[in-house]
Write a protein that binds this ligand. Structure first.
Ligand SMILES: Nc1ncnc2c1ncn2[C@@H]1O[C@H](COP(=O)(O)OP(=O)(O)O)[C@@H](O)[C@H]1O
Ligand SMILES: [Mg+2]
Length: 282
């Protein structure tokens, strides 16, 4: 089932002024329910603008963004599309973590006496101990904790579409692992997940599909392995394919009889181990 449809969509910041800037240029994207898609691109390629359009926070300058059947009233869109901003501090506003996480769920119709249960569950899901964080100001938390609070606010609303704008930025290795597991879990629950990143190695591990933006245009869109096989095209967009993919391609180019198609560390390991006569298990 088609869930997101972006047709000929452009977005211009400050139109009609000398600072006018076209951030998106005639974008076309169609995403089905339940897909886990990564959007990658260099800084300034339009990723965050696209996220804001999908969440209904910006209206396209031209073209159309259709969510679901396209008949959801704008003020109800937040129940369908949840976005964690690239900079979580731009979205936090409440004086306590409880109020922050409860806000959206309350607006989505959760009964007042059930809110604490929902907030507790959401905080547990994002790895914040409710007893420790409940009364704290979200503004006093670290960058990673702020992001977790924003994510909890979104999970408490339980939208069908979840958009995360560079969610691993500012997280340490354990935090990144945790977040990737959460993405995997949301995907297994049937959520439509859009994951914005500029880290190719990171998305190679998880995403089924990759959309590449460059200067406001979609320059590639397809299965992860096939997008990462267009090395020259990606290089032209200032993006490097994952190091593991570079390694197997280079080995193949130098005459090693391996497929040279892997895009993850595990995949590269399996190719090389198979060549050496192993079974690829660690
Ligand atoms: N508020 C704004 N006013 C003018 N230009 C903006 C504004 N926000 C972003 N831009 C410009 O739009 C382009 C796309 O930005 P953005 O969507 O944030 O890209 P990304 O998330 O890929 O880094 C960039 O060139 C950026 O400088
Ligand atoms: Mg951005």
């Amino acid at each position: 089932m088609r869930q997101i449809e972006v047709s000929n969509c452009s977005y211009i910041y400050q139109p009609g002024t000398i600072n006018a800037h076209q951030a998106l240029d005639q974008i076309n994207i169609a995403i089905d329910a339940g897909e886990l898609t990564a959007v990658i691109g260099h800084g300034g390629s339009g990723k965050s603008t696209l996220a804001l359009l999908l969440a209904g926070l910006f209206a396209p300058s031209s073209g159309e963004v259709k969510i679901g059947d396209g008949r959801i009233p704008p003020e109800q869109l937040f129940r369908q599309v949840g976005l964690v901003f690239q900079y979580p501090e731009h979205q936090l506003f409440a004086s306590s973590v409880f109020e922050e996480v409860a806000f959206g769920a309350r607006n989505a119709g959760t009964a007042e006496d059930y809110l604490p249960v929902k907030v507790r569950q959401a905080l547990e899901t994002v790895g914040l101990d409710p007893d420790l964080y409940w009364h704290r100001s979200p503004f006093e938390l670290s960058g990673g904790q702020k992001r977790r609070v924003c994510l909890a606010s979104l999970l408490a609303i339980d939208p069908a579409i979840i958009i995360l704008d560079e969610p691993t930025a500012g997280l340490d290795a354990a935090g990144r692992r945790w977040l990737k597991n959460l993405l995997r879990e949301l995907h297994c629950q049937g959520k439509t997940v859009l994951w914005i990143s500029h880290d190719m190695s990171e998305v190679a591990e998880l995403a089924e599909r990759v959309i590449v933006l460059e200067r406001g245009r979609v320059i590639a869109d397809g299965a992860t392995a096939s997008v990462f096989s267009c090395e020259e095209q990606l290089a032209a967009a200032g993006l490097e394919i994952p190091q593991s993919a570079r390694l197997v391609r280079e080995l193949k180019a130098r005459g090693l009889a391996i497929p040279g198609e892997a895009v993850t560390v595990d995949g590269a390991f399996a190719e090389i181990a198979a060549y050496l006569g192993g079974d690829g298990s660690v």
